[in-house]
Design a protein around this ligand. Structure first.
Ligand SMILES: [Zn+2]
Ligand SMILES: [Zn+2]
Length: 251
């Protein structure tokens, strides 16, 4: 499954000049249309062709993951691209309806299909399947895996979560895990998010080809090497890196 992953945004709700909010674009070899995961503030201007976006998978409804969704819808309308499928956790339909109520002139401009996903739901995209798993973030939240035509999960994106069993099971044997690592271990009492040691303990002895850390708060600046080393130590020296905005990873 040749694929190209672009880390559009690796940041959070606190502004950082070098990191916009969450967005991951996955281009799969024979799919004409890339798949977008999350659409936080700053993602839209980095999409080279908004008309190519036909599927958006939202991990949850915090602003730093959805702020550019309505902007994407408007951009598609203005560029005469009239269809968009949005997948997200429970509450996505009502949330989008409320956003449209704030912008009534946007209603009916493009066709939008909203699907609320539950744990272990699957969506076929061409020859591939997107697998949804529940995560732990204090509100309905999902992580996603992309399985190839043989059913093997190759790419996993955690969204915002504490380390959780569902992601662990999903990413065992995957080529790449893009996992949030919001804070360094020096930040105490982290809940709803992940720190390097907690991520390393979760990964433990399972096999993941490569781990990219994303959703990085300003608190992580200066701790990047330490964070990478901590995760690497737990996972037997596997390939671990801090994500960078607009970095492209080819499988
Ligand atoms: Zn969140
Ligand atoms: Zn977030």
């Amino acid at each position: 499954m040749p694929a190209r992953i672009t880390l559009i945004g690796t940041g959070v709700a606190i502004p950082q000049p070098h990191r916009v909010q969450s967005g991951v674009l996955v281009e799969l070899d024979d799919l004409a249309f890339p798949v977008l995961f999350d659409c936080g503030s700053g993602v839209l201007p980095r999409l080279t062709d908004c008309t190519a976006i036909k599927h958006v998978f939202l991990t949850h409804l915090h602003l730093d993951h959805v702020a550019d969704v309505m902007s994407l819808i408007k951009a598609k309308w203005l560029c005469e691209s009239y269809d968009l499928a949005i997948y997200g956790p429970s509450g996505t339909d009502a949330w989008l309806a409320r956003v449209f109520d704030a912008y009534p002139y946007m209603k009916g401009r493009i066709r939008i299909d909203v699907s609320e996903m539950a744990d272990q739901d699957r969506v076929s995209i061409g020859r591939y399947e997107i697998i949804c798993v529940e995560t732990i973030h204090g509100m309905p939240s999902l992580g996603y895996g992309i399985a190839d035509e043989g059913g093997r999960v190759r790419i996993v994106y955690s969204g915002d979560t504490e380390p959780c069993e569902s992601i662990k099971v999903l990413c065992d044997g995957a080529d790449i895990l893009i996992h949030e690592c919001s804070f360094p271990d020096s930040v105490p009492d982290v809940t709803n998010h992940t720190t390097p040691r907690a991520l390393g303990e979760m990964i433990g002895s399972i096999s993941v080809g490569r781990i990219i850390l994303t959703h990085l708060y300003p608190h992580t600046r200066g701790f990047e090497d330490e964070m990478v080393e901590t995760v690497r130590k737990y996972c037997g020296g596997c390939d671990v890196a801090i994500g960078r905005d607009m970095e492209t990873i080819t499988l």
